[in-house]
Write a protein that binds this ligand. Structure first.
Ligand code: ACM
Length: 548
């Protein structure tokens, strides 16, 4: 068995001769409410096999062994939740049953893995019959938030690549796509009432190639944005795959693209914001938003349109890496601090975030932000993405806030995968496949009550050094497969007790699936020649990452 992520329980009946086989005559029977999953399964299997998989009723399916049935199980739902599923494959056919629609979808994904790598292709190839040994599988996820951040600001990812990435996430039972839509280097979401955000903010004249010390730049404009209809399509496509898209509008730092479009958003009493362009460097940027009432109104307007497009409970408002120099120098910001009775600039940022925490709560949504939002006091309803290590997440969870664990020391997938000269644009610490596999989202120091606030885990793909989907593939895979197993499977919570050798063995089968999907992953032996970037400087750091 080479399933990834590993299911909770697998029983193979090797003494049985029975095998199930998909044939041109095989039909799919689905419960009321399971039609969406049935449609997805039919379209994937039809593409790979060339068969039609006609629909039949569950009743008909129960009388024929030449069927795949998709049904709901109330008891499973009560005991294990909507994401839990069971697969039974034997002489009576392939039966998939689940607590709810997400569970059925995951059962369908597992069934596709059982059919072998060819099942991941989009057209039939000549080959063996589509047989599966008799088996029963019982499965449900460890965490409800199994996320990936895709930074589409630093490098824009065309819509078709985002849709493909959603399919890759779904194949790994990941269920939250955190879309980092705005940053200093690009604004990627159409906002109808502020057209300059995309007219001006969605492209830059040139880019830094590799890191600063290398001194390389290109002279090629870079840009792109999603229309609101593009984003509605992405959201709906993800929804059909039981993936929630969480949008991020990064405030009040990482905002130079917005300020370039609307200079009045910046600290005009400190810098000539009218002279700013969309940023062409990487790094932390001093040009942050001002804290005027009109800037609050501006971003309320932005968020009204964001909420129209994204139905997610959580809306990410960033809050990371907001240098305070301009607020310190700005008479307007200092007057604001005095007027509000705040202690300092940290509290000013906290006040800013609290404003939007309340604003979102009034609209039935919840704010999530990077762990810097703890500084100066956490907004009452806010959840935290803990990225600078575990400490922010631990503090937030102990204070009763929900937390998503994404510590850079483990799950920043822009960090290099191996030591040596061959890794393309090497960034930060070496984070190998094994390092990711041994990432434990819940620190042992949390008691049960605080641990219950850990919603789950997230891997982050920052794209300063990934120009396109091929680079994203290389950085994301195979590590995202290890991450998926951490987020889904019932692995030992002691990282040292995890059986990485078994995972590597299963990966041999999984690489064949990724090949069939056309994923340009990093092979265990290293990058292929065209996956290297000779001469482009990164910013490698030596040794083990400090565990914050
Ligand atoms: C971050 O990596 N600045 C959240």
């Amino acid at each position: 068995m080479d399933l990834i992520p590993a299911p909770n329980r697998v029983d193979e009946w090797e003494h049985h001769e029975w095998t199930f086989e998909l044939k041109p005559t095989t039909r799919i029977g689905a419960d009321q409410g399971a039609q969406g999953v049935a449609r997805w399964l039919r379209s994937e299997l039809a593409a790979a096999t060339g068969f039609t998989f006609d629909a039949c009723s569950v009743e008909q399916a129960s009388r024929s062994a030449d069927t795949v049935t998709l049904t709901f199980d109330e008891q499973l739902r009560a005991e294990r939740g909507r994401e839990a599923y069971r697969i039974t494959i034997d002489v009576y056919g392939a039966r998939l049953t689940a607590g709810g629609r997400p569970g059925l979808f995951y059962a369908a994904q597992t069934l596709r893995q059982l059919l072998g790598p060819r099942a991941f292709r989009k057209a039939p190839l000549p080959g063996e019959p589509w047989k599966i040994q008799s088996i029963t599988i019982e499965d449900s996820p460890r965490f409800g938030w199994r996320g990936v951040l895709l930074d589409v600001s630093r490098h824009f990812l065309p819509k078709s690549d985002v849709l493909r990435f959603i399919d890759l996430m779904a194949a790994h039972k990941l269920n939250v796509l955190h879309l980092h839509l705005t940053d200093d280097q690009g604004w990627r979401i159409e906002i109808e009432r502020y057209p300059r955000l995309t007219e001006v903010g969605s492209w830059r004249g040139r880019s830094m190639v590799g890191y600063r010390a290398g001194g390389r730049r290109d002279d090629r404009p870079h840009g792109g944005y999603y229309t609101k209809d593009d984003l509605r399509e992405i959201v709906a496509y993800a929804q059909r795959r039981h993936i929630t898209v969480v949008p991020e509008i990064d405030l009040p730092g990482h905002s130079q693209a917005a300020i370039a479009a609307y200079p009045e958003l910046g600290n005009t009493d400190v810098v000539d914001t009218a002279a700013l362009t969309v940023w062409t460097d990487w790094g932390i940027n001093p040009n942050v938003l001002n804290v005027s009432e009109s800037t609050l109104r501006f971003f309320e307007g932005v968020l009204e349109e964001v909420l129209e497009v994204f139905p997610s409970e959580f809306v990410h408002l960033g809050g990371d890496e907001c240098p305070k120099e301009q607020w310190k120098a700005s008479p307007a910001a200092q007057a604001r601090i005095k007027e509000l009775g705040l202690a300092d600039e940290e509290e000013l940022q906290s006040w800013f975030i609290r404003h939007f925490d309340r604003w979102l709560a009034e609209r039935g949504r919840r704010l999530i932000g990077w762990d810097e939002i703890l500084e100066g006091g956490l907004a009452p309803g806010a959840a935290v993405s803990s990225w600078r290590g575990y400490a922010g997440g631990v503090a937030a969870a102990r204070a009763g806030h929900d937390v998503v664990m994404c510590p850079e020391q483990y799950v920043y997938l822009d960090y290099r995968q191996a030591p040596g000269e061959d890794e393309p644009i090497p960034v930060a610490y070496v984070r190998t496949l094994e390092d990711v596999y041994r990432f434990e989202p819940v620190p042992a120091e949390l008691d049960a009550e605080a641990a219950a606030h850990v919603l789950g885990a997230q891997a982050n793909l920052w794209t300063e050094f990934m120009d396109d989907a091929r680079d994203v593939d290389y950085r994301a895979f195979p590590r995202l497969a290890a991450f998926a197993e951490v987020a889904w499977s019932a692995l030992p919570t002691d990282p040292a007790a995890r059986d990485f050798a078994d995972f590597e063995r299963r990966m041999l089968g999984h690489y064949a699936r990724l090949d069939a999907l056309g994923v340009e992953y990093r092979r265990p032996e290293g990058p292929r020649p065209w996956q290297r970037r000779p001469g482009v400087a990164g910013r490698p750091l030596e040794g083990r990452p400090p565990t914050a």
